[in-house]
Design a protein around this ligand. Structure first.
Ligand SMILES: [Zn+2]
Length: 750
């Protein structure tokens, strides 16, 4: 469900958002840019800089030579304002491209910092927005390798590059001359406010620098940079360890061990085994999309335990890939870094620019919901135990039994067979469904691009052009990479290769969705679970958020961590609407619309298992916050996790959704560190906003509501304070009541 972590990590540097910012020049823009670069030229520092900048006006210079030699640095060409050359990706080019691009950006930044004119919005803030073209391009490829196409070769380069990237960032965040200019502009703007978007951009930029140590003295800065460099290396180690354990531990089973498993799963497992050279066997891979259905359906309790243990031991196998010591080091370094900045703990530093503002607010929300979730788990376990007893299973419910017996309860109580539901959830139909919703709410049309004019990085990736349905005006592209494969990270995520900005002509958006559906055998339909269908809508919500951006400056596309999941979570609600159900949820063989009775059951079951879902989530979210509000000096993560869960009263039948040693959200970058609660924070907004649609005359397709949705909740991105944007949409602040109703929990008394 993650909104690309790597993107996020990069976003948090000083308004320099490599992913979010990419300007493809129209001819007019190109002319403007030449002028800007020529201005830089006057103030730039050395010969190499002269060459770099001069190249914009002269095609025979050093820079162009490098750029031509290296396809990753080259300007994006072709239709749709230029598109990434995904067909020219070769990892051999990555390190030189990154190093050149980082250097080019640093040179641009230095030119801005040493401009002898008095600092202005244009010559400093806007100039920063415009800088970093090349690095934005290279980071796009880097992101694809890191998430979609990882290989041992890439990981080796990544290991070399990550400390260099960190150093590059520090050089910008600790550029004293640059910060002084920003500070002057910020202080002036406090006295004489600029136009709204400029004002917000100045404030965000200043805050970003301040939070990243711009006010530190020289000695502190040195240490600060060292810490960041060490952290970057640790993040890479952490994620590589998890990936290692995902790829290395595969449970192979034989024909006599398939009892209970659905046919589609058996077929996919047979293919996974033969892909690994184990023809005739069945592979249960060590990923959520394999583990989850196996634990739900397999009648083989011992195997369930084995698969469960393998999955939840990722990064915790007490071998060279064990992450516990890595976590301890990460926590200590993070703590030391915020102490330098004068904060009590990491969480306080991190949450100041979030919608929650501080850890207390986030904890208050979680602690309000937690007891209701635990009470529900007790009821769920009792129901499951009753079924097990009635079957004379002679067991006590253990964590590897939860999904299996929950499925039985679901069948008994709701008579809902997940596999039956799946027959109506065909990937192509669901793709049509998300496009339909975008058409109704956003006035968008999606047209497949099949002429090969847009390169892709894998044959599975499909591309659509996005236009306004009524006017035909071009908005951008949508790339979809749907299937799991080796080297692709697990889960689902959204990214953009180019973000919107209109300060200098309208820049189109290149958005993408990525998931890990299991590819069907040839000639068969790709069928997915209801949960996966929700996730599919979710990620598409992120893509719509990218596509609908109406901000002036690239940095204003940046996400507010506990707010940016809201738009995507809200979009999941449209899967439940009659319009989607009746048009798109059709049986993959007969074409028959999903029966009304089955839909009723799905809706009735929506509060089902909320004890489990809420508890496994909150287990992780609370742990994240606890790790970052204690002094980590002598921390032992394995012990800390155990003790914290005990103190919280975590039920023994449930494990955290992400145990610490593979909690990539928190430890493979700073992406979701003290931010995992954000999903629930966003859920509060989601439930509250969904109730507004339910109550509107036109329901979820109410035109006036749809207008407000786009205008206040999507288009402003971070150009407006999220709390203010929400108030404009809803007429008031969100309350927790709708969330509790949605989960079938009692609404707390005021
Ligand atoms: Zn998301």
């Amino acid at each position: 469900m993650a909104y690309n972590q790597f993107t996020w990590q990069l976003t948090r540097i000083l308004g320099i958002n490599p992913y979010f910012r990419r300007i493809k020049f129209t001819l007019r823009n190109y002319q403007n840019m030449k002028n800007v670069h020529n201005t830089f030229l006057k103030y730039s520092l050395g010969i190499s800089t002269l060459l770099l900048f001069a190249s914009c006006a002269d095609s025979t210079t050093e820079k162009d030579k490098t750029m031509n030699d290296n396809p990753l640095l080259a300007e994006w060409t072709g239709p749709y304002q230029g598109v990434p050359a995904f067909d020219k990706m070769d990892v051999i080019h990555l390190q030189p491209a990154m190093e050149t691009a980082m250097q080019m950006h640093l040179t641009e930044i230095d030119a801005i910092a040493h401009n002898t004119d008095a600092p202005t919005f244009e010559n400093t803030i806007l100039a920063m927005e415009k800088a970093g073209e090349e690095i934005n391009r290279v980071f796009t490829y880097y992101g694809i390798w890191s998430s979609n196409l990882s290989t041992p070769e890439f990981r080796e380069v990544q290991g070399v590059l990550s400390p260099k990237i960190s150093e590059y960032r520090s050089k910008i965040s600790q550029n004293q001359a640059l910060f002084q200019r920003i500070k002057t502009i910020y202080e002036n703007a406090q006295k004489n406010p600029l136009e709204a978007e400029q004002q917000r951009l100045v404030e965000l930029t200043y805050q970003e620098f301040e939070m990243n140590g711009a006010n530190l003295n020289e000695e502190q800065k040195k240490r600060y940079a060292e810490i960041n460099k060490e952290l970057a290396a640790l993040y890479t180690t952490f994620s590589n360890n998890v990936l290692h354990d995902e790829e290395s531990y595969v449970t192979f089973i034989t024909k006599d061990q398939l009892s209970g498993l659905p046919e589609s799963f058996i077929n996919a497992s047979a293919k996974a085994a033969s892909d690994r050279g184990q023809e005739g066997q069945y592979a249960i891979t060590n990923t959520r999309s394999s583990m989850d259905p196996f634990l739900t359906y397999s009648d083989e309790r011992d195997l369930r335990e084995k698969v469960w243990r393998t999955y939840y031991s990722r990064g915790d196998n007490q071998d060279e890939y064990d992450n516990n010591e890595v976590i301890a080091q990460i926590l200590k370094l993070r703590h030391e870094r915020v102490q330098l900045l004068g904060y009590e703990n990491y969480a306080q530093w991190r949450l100041q620019d979030r919608m929650a503002k501080n850890p207390d607010n986030a904890m208050e929300l979680m602690e309000t919901v937690w007891p209701a979730a635990l009470a529900r788990v007790e009821e769920e376990v009792a129901e499951m135990q009753a079924i097990a007893d009635a079957e004379n299973a002679n067991i006590t419910i253990e964590p590897w039994d939860y999904r299996y017996y929950a499925e039985k309860v679901r069948k008994a109580k709701y008579d809902l067979d997940s596999d039956e539901v799946k027959q109506y959830l065909e990937l192509n139909n669901l793709t049509d469904a998300i496009f339909y919703v975008a058409g109704e709410l956003f006035n968008y049309e999606f047209t497949p691009i099949t002429d090969g004019s847009v390169p892709v990085f894998h044959e599975d990736v499909k591309v659509w052009e996005v236009t306004f349905k009524d006017s035909g005006v071009h908005i951008g592209l949508f790339y979809l990479d749907p299937f799991a494969r080796q080297g692709k990270r697990s889960g689902a995520w959204a990214t953009q290769y180019r973000s919107h900005a209109n300060y200098d002509g309208k820049r189109n958006v290149l958005s993408s969705n990525n998931s890990n559906f299991v590819k069907a055998a040839p000639g068969e339909s790709v069928l997915i679970s209801w949960d996966d269908a929700e996730t599919f809508f979710h990620e598409f919500g992120h893509a719509l958020h990218f596509l609908s951006s109406e901000v002036k400056y690239p940095t204003l596309n940046s996400g507010v961590r506990d707010y940016t999941e809201f738009q995507s979570q809200l979009l999941e609600r449209w899967l439940y609407t009659d319009q989607v159900i009746n048009r798109f949820l059709k049986h993959h063989k007969t074409g028959e619309v999903i029966p009304e009775a089955l839909v009723e059951k799905i809706k009735n079951a929506s509060t089902f298992n909320q004890g489990f879902a809420t508890t496994e989530f909150l287990g992780s979210a609370l742990m994240d916050m606890k790790y970052h509000t204690v002094d980590p000096t002598d921390i032992n993560p394995r012990e800390f996790e155990k003790e914290t869960l005990k103190a919280l009263g975590m039920p023994k039948e449930i494990v955290m959704r992400h145990r610490s040693p593979h909690f990539g959200h928190v430890f493979s970058s700073e992406g979701y560190a003290t931010a995992y609660y954000g999903y629930m924070w966003a859920d509060v907004l989601t439930s509250d906003a969904a109730e507004a649609f339910e109550q509107a005359p036109g329901g979820f397709y109410d035109e006036e509501m749809a207008d407000k949705l786009v205008k206040y909740l999507f288009a402003p991105r971070n150009a407006m304070d999220p709390a203010e944007a929400y108030r404009l949409f809803r007429g008031r602040d969100a309350t927790i009541d709708a969330l509790m109703r949605d989960r079938g929990f009692p609404v707390p008394k005021k």
